[in-house]
Design a protein around this ligand. Structure first.
Ligand SMILES: Cc1cc2nc3c(=O)[nH]c(=O)nc-3n(C[C@H](O)[C@H](O)[C@H](O)COP(=O)(O)OP(=O)(O)OC[C@H]3O[C@@H](n4cnc5c(N)ncnc54)[C@H](O)[C@@H]3O)c2cc1C
Length: 377
């Protein structure tokens, strides 16, 4: 039977980061993914510099062969309203393409790669796992995204969870579209829904355009997306239609998930655990950080992978991401009629101070929260 110490199910940012975090351990680490890389992933592809720092990636090392779009500011408003520009005049974020980024992380992770192999079964036997009836593993890390099979096989019920739902299209613009597109690559545009239950984005990354919208309310998502595209067209930001093939996905914000992060011989990381930042929905940074924290807990367990030993991961997650709780609009919605919450949000989005200090600095950039480098861990 094939054997490894740590089997990571899912080769997205969370899984690759966990393997990378274990690269100097003597443990035999393998990543299993149902897809062969490069593969597409439904995502806006916006990352903060702290993502690169945590994984010790130099922009100059990543960029020459891959798209790395510097972002120096944001245009922010609500759908139907007048936007505000916040310009930092320095790089505060990047745009990446997930098919390039995820493959890069996977190949540099140092793990043995089992691509194009889906997790079909997981059995517990004598304190270890038998995966797909043929791989023996001492620890299994669930990194398979929101619908992670490890999470499901160990109790998660995605259909009953209160997930964010989102749709997105990323496409290469032709010459005519490039010439008429008013979205500036270094200033992505974010527009909140009038009821503050989600937001739409329009990111230009060199010749690619990524348009999408995510909401905490699962009803009539396609109608909200269509209204957002009409708004962008009416405002002259784009003059063409978005390809019909918008792709959808779901994921949990931190604090909503009731999944348990650890059990005997098992940890959940990234979207499998439901860790995306609650205000921005950014999920790549928490996915990577949770992968690194899981690696730290696995290494510290020194071969004893009981739930009690792995609970270090649970406390590291809590230290890093804080107490769970709702986003501001959901919290406000418990005390105020929803029309008031929408009106309050629209009013605040007209304040330059609120947009810069609260929306962009605090909610989107997490300014002041240093990268999870080894010094911080
Ligand atoms: C529309 C949309 C836009 C988003 N935009 C952004 C953004 O701009 N910035 C940001 O930071 N976050 C964004 N997010 C969130 C972000 O995409 C996720 O939080 C992030 O991808 C989580 O990484 P992960 O490694 O946990 O999971 P994933 O990236 O989902 O990787 C999971 C992997 O597991 C594999 N897998 C699944 N099932 C199996 C199986 N049965 N067997 C084997 N392998 C399996 C998959 O093939 C996949 O490769 C967005 C999400 C959506 C839906």
């Amino acid at each position: 039977m094939d054997a490894c110490d740590v089997l990571i199910v899912g080769g997205g940012p969370a899984g690759s980061a966990c393997a990378w975090g274990l690269r100097h351990s003597a443990l035999r680490v393998a990543i299993l993914d149902k897809q062969k890389f490069p593969r597409d992933k439904v995502c806006g592809g916006w990352i903060t510099p702290e993502v690169l720092s945590a994984l010790e990636i130099e922009a100059s090392e990543y960029a020459p062969e891959r798209l790395l779009q510097p972002i120096t500011g944001f245009r922010t408003g609500y759908i139907g309203g007048s936007p505000i520009d916040t310009d930092y005049k320095r790089t505060v974020s990047y745009g990446i393409r997930r098919r390039e980024f995820d493959e890069y992380l996977l190949r540099r992770s140092g793990a043995r790669l089992l691509e194009g192999v889906a997790l079909a079964s997981l059995q517990r036997q004598n304190g270890s796992w038998i995966v797909n009836g043929e791989i023996h593993a001492r620890v299994v890390v669930g990194a398979g995204g929101h619908f992670c099979p490890v999470a499901k096989l160990t109790g998660a019920k995605p259909a009953r969870e209160n997930a964010v739902v989102a749709q997105e299209a990323e496409f290469e613009m032709d010459q005519r579209q490039r010439a008429s597109c008013r979205i500036r690559a270094e200033i992505p545009e974010l527009y909140f829904c009038a009821d503050m239950k989600g937001y739409g984005w329009c990111f230009r990354k060199e010749n690619f355009l990524n348009i999408g919208l995510g909401r905490m309310d699962q009803h009539r998502l396609s109608e909200h997306v269509a209204a957002f595209v009409r708004f962008l067209q009416a405002a002259g930001r784009i003059t063409f239609d978005v390809p019909a093939s918008l792709l959808g996905h779901a994921y949990l914000l931190y604090g909503v998930s009731e999944r348990s992060s650890v059990d005997d011989g098992r940890l959940l990381i990234g979207d499998a655990m439901g860790l995306a930042y609650k205000q921005s929905g950014e999920g790549i940074r928490p996915a990577i950080e949770s992968g690194l924290l899981a690696a730290q807990a696995i290494a510290a367990a020194q071969g004893n992978y009981s739930r009690d030993r792995l609970r270090l991961y649970e406390s590291l997650l809590q230290q890093r991401f804080g107490a769970s709780g709702q986003d501001w609009a959901s919290k406000a919605g418990q005390h105020l009629p929803s029309a008031w919450v929408g009106a309050l949000g629209r009013m605040l989005l007209g304040s330059r101070w609120f947009v810069r200090d609260m929306v962009i600095n605090r909610w989107f950039l997490h300014a002041g929260e240093p990268a999870l480098t080894r010094a911080v861990q």
